[in-house]
Design a protein around this ligand. Structure first.
Ligand code: CA
Length: 230
C-alpha cells in the first residue's frame, strides 16, 4: 500500500459509506480507507446506514451483513428500492452460496467473506468504482455538460446536485436524446409506469428545473418536453 502516491488533498477522493457494527473493524476500515484517499462516513447500524445511504452522496458502499436495526441484505434492498445506484460490497461472516446469492439478489455488486485481506478489499472497491464511473452518463446539452452518476449531477463550476430516483430517470430519458421532443404520455410510460396522471410529468419537470435551472428542460407547446436545442 505504501507505494501508492499520497492522495492529492485538493481533489476530493471517492466517497464511501461504511456500515459496520463491530467497533474495532469499523475503526480499522475507516483508517484504512482514509489512508487510501477516500472520504469516509461510518454508520454503526442499519437504520443510520439507510439514512446516510439515501442522501445519495456516496460513490461506493461497504455494508456488513449482520447489523442491528436493519440487517445488511435488507438495507441493500431498501437502498435499491429507493433508487440508490451506488455500488455495494457486502461483508459477511458466512460464505455459503445461498448467502452470496441472497446478497447479490438484493442488489449488491460484490461480496467478501470475513476475515478478508485488506488489499483484496481495496482492489474490489477500486474495481467497483471504475465500473460505476464507466456507467455514468455524460450529457451534452449544448451549452451545458452534465455528468450523472449515483443520482448526482456534477457540472463544472457548479455545486453537485442530488436527484431523487424519479427525477434522475426523467433527466436521463430526456437527455440521452437531446433535441427530441417527448410527449407527456410517452414520459409517463417510460418513467412513471405506476402513476396514473400526466400531471406527475409536469411536477417532476418542475423539480428538475428547480434543481438544475429553468432552461434545462424546454416546454414544446402542445407536444411535451425536450432537452438541448431542437
Ligand atoms: Ca456485524
Amino acid at each position: 500500500m505504501s507505494q501508492r502516491p499520497a492522495p492529492d488533498p485538493l481533489t476530493p477522493g471517492p466517497r464511501v459509506l461504511v456500515v459496520e457494527d463491530d467497533e474495532q473493524l469499523a475503526t480499522m476500515l475507516s483508517a484504512l480507507l482514509v489512508d487510501e484517499g477516500y472520504a469516509v462516513d461510518v454508520a454503526r447500524d442499519g437504520q443510520r446506514g439507510l439514512h446516510l445511504g439515501l442522501s445519495g452522496r456516496y460513490d461506493v458502499m461497504l455494508i456488513d451483513r449482520g447489523l442491528p436495526a436493519i440487517e445488511g441484505v435488507d438495507l441493500v434492498r431498501r437502498l435499491r428500492n429507493q433508487g440508490v445506484t451506488a455500488p455495494v460490497l457486502v461483508l459477511t461472516a458466512r460464505g455459503t452460496a445461498a448467502d452470496r446469492v441472497e446478497g447479490l439478489d438484493a442488489g449488491a455488486e460484490d461480496y467478501l467473506v470475513k476475515p478478508f485481506d485488506v488489499d483484496e478489499l481495496l482492489a474490489r472497491l477500486r474495481a467497483l468504482l471504475r465500473r460505476h464511473r464507466e456507467d455514468s452518463d455524460e450529457l451534452d446539452l449544448g451549452v451545458r455538460r452534465l455528468v450523472v452518476a449515483s443520482r448526482t449531477v456534477v457540472e463544472d463550476g457548479g455545486p453537485d446536485v442530488v436527484l431523487s430516483g424519479r427525477e434522475c430517470e426523467l433527466l436521463l430519458v430526456l437527455a440521452r436524446r437531446p433535441g427530441r421532443v417527448f410527449g407527456r404520455d410517452e414520459l409517463l410510460r417510460r418513467v412513471f409506469d405506476d402513476a396514473d396522471t400526466t400531471g406527475s410529468v409536469d411536477t417532476y419537470v418542475h423539480y428538475l428545473r428547480r434543481k438544475l435551472g429553468r432552461e434545462v428542460v424546454h416546454t414544446v407547446r402542445g407536444s411535451g418536453y425536450r432537452m438541448g436545442s431542437a
